[in-house]
Design a protein around this ligand. Structure first.
Ligand SMILES: Nc1ncnc2c1ncn2[C@@H]1O[C@H](COP(=O)(O)OP(=O)(O)O)[C@@H](O)[C@H]1O
Ligand SMILES: [Mg+2]
Length: 357
């Protein structure tokens, strides 16, 4: 190719890109015949390019982390002192039997990775808190690897609740990197190890950015199911597209309901929607009725009965001072009733996840 042919071609290309102006007589510009050029190479598929390593970013500004204060216990000191005495009473035997049953359910072998999606009708209800409790509970009882995945790009709190001090790779990054040839040890190199065990994959780096899309969600969950016995997904709120996809494709679901009349009413609409999905999604749904404030006045029994009507199990997650505090969840600081509720919720949902398909 001659030098002038190349510069003509470049000039034409620039003109095309900058939206060629009409010619002087007002008629639309007609491009001159082009010299024969080699076909430009297709840009390389970004999935085959080596991914640049993202920077590690703190999940909370260190100045705020210092300002958080000491973790409080969910139960008051008086209640903690009384708990030992209560456990010696008559109901202790029944309690032990129940706990054994839940432990067995939580340790059930899985043939292929099970995905549990957690969502709610609005934010601030306790999705990330419930997801973190579930991830920790599964991990505590199981020998095989457990993943907690954040599918809520709206500056979610899951990494903080799981105790991650910094995050690097996000679900979007992994969608480009994951390949069937990878071993578990390759994959975990991109995940955040959780202090009590298990793994975490954040949706992003805690910045306002591109939200997670359905294609990314599908790619990541499908690929990671091969490595993790249980994946807990902290979804965005309904009716977001990713949340609907997650609810539709999960093996079991948790809908977190706030302890208000309007919250319970709205959650009931979600249950009625799940009942209309083709593969009886309601059979594999559990409701976590969460009291995120000590000032809730709604009658728990009436709220639970209303939610149970379409045929779901409801687990009441009581108000817990330690959970209300925000920041990392320390299992040892949870109130006894909260721990029991988390174990029951995890057992109920895993039992359903294992039974389907
Ligand atoms: N069971 C609970 N007891 C006390 N506070 C709670 C409880 N569940 C949630 N919270 C509070 O509600 C806040 C919001 O919860 P979060 O899990 O971040 O909601 P979401 O993920 O639905 O937006 C938490 O920071 C915590 O303070
Ligand atoms: Mg959240």
């Amino acid at each position: 190719m001659t030098g002038s042919a190349r510069s003509d071609w470049q000039r034409d290309l620039v003109r095309e890109l900058t939206d060629s102006p009409p010619s002087e007589n007002g008629a639309p510009h007609t491009p001159e015949p082009q010299p024969q050029l080699p076909v430009p190479r297709q840009p390389r598929d970004p999935r085959t390019l080596p991914a640049p390593t993202p920077e590690s970013r703190p999940t909370v500004d260190p100045r705020l982390a210092v300002a958080l204060g000491r973790p409080q216990h969910g139960d008051s000191a008086a209640r903690r002192a009384g708990a030992g005495v209560r456990r010696l009473t008559a109901s202790a035997g029944r309690e032990v039997a129940e706990q054994t049953r839940y432990a067995q359910e939580l340790q059930r072998p899985v043939t292929t990775g099970r995905v549990v999606a957690v969502t709610s009708i609005r934010g601030g209800v306790g999705k990330s808190t419930v997801s973190a409790l579930l991830g920790r509970t599964f991990n505590h009882y199981r020998q095989d690897p457990v993943l907690t995945l954040e599918a809520d790009a709206a500056l979610g709190t899951l990494p903080v609740r799981m105790g991650a001090e910094s995050v690097r790779w996000s679900a979007g990054d992994l969608a480009r990197i994951l390949s069937p040839a990878m071993q578990l040890t390759d994959v975990t190199g991109y995940l955040v190890p959780v202090a009590d065990g298990g793994w975490l994959l954040p949706a992003g780096q805690g910045r306002v950015g591109a939200p997670l899309n359905v294609a990314t969600y599908r790619t990541v969950t499908l690929a990671l199911r091969r490595y993790f016995a249980v994946t807990v997904v902290d979804c965005e709120t309904l009716p977001g597209e990713v949340a609907r996809t997650a609810m539709d494709t999960a093996h079991a679901r948790v809908v977190v309901a706030p302890m208000t009349a309007e919250g319970v009413h709205g959650t009931r609409q979600v249950l009625d929607w799940l009942a209309r999905l083709p593969h009886s999604a309601l059979d594999s749904t559990v409701v976590a009725l969460s009291a995120a404030t000590p000032d809730a006045t709604l009658d728990t029994k009436a709220a639970a009965a209303h939610l149970r009507e379409p045929g779901v199990t409801v687990v009441h997650l009581p108000y817990d001072r330690h959970l209300a505090q925000g920041g990392p969840i320390h299992t040892a600081k949870l109130a006894r009733d909260t721990r029991d509720a988390a174990v029951r919720l995890a057992a109920e949902v895993l039992g359903r996840a294992v039974r389907v398909r």
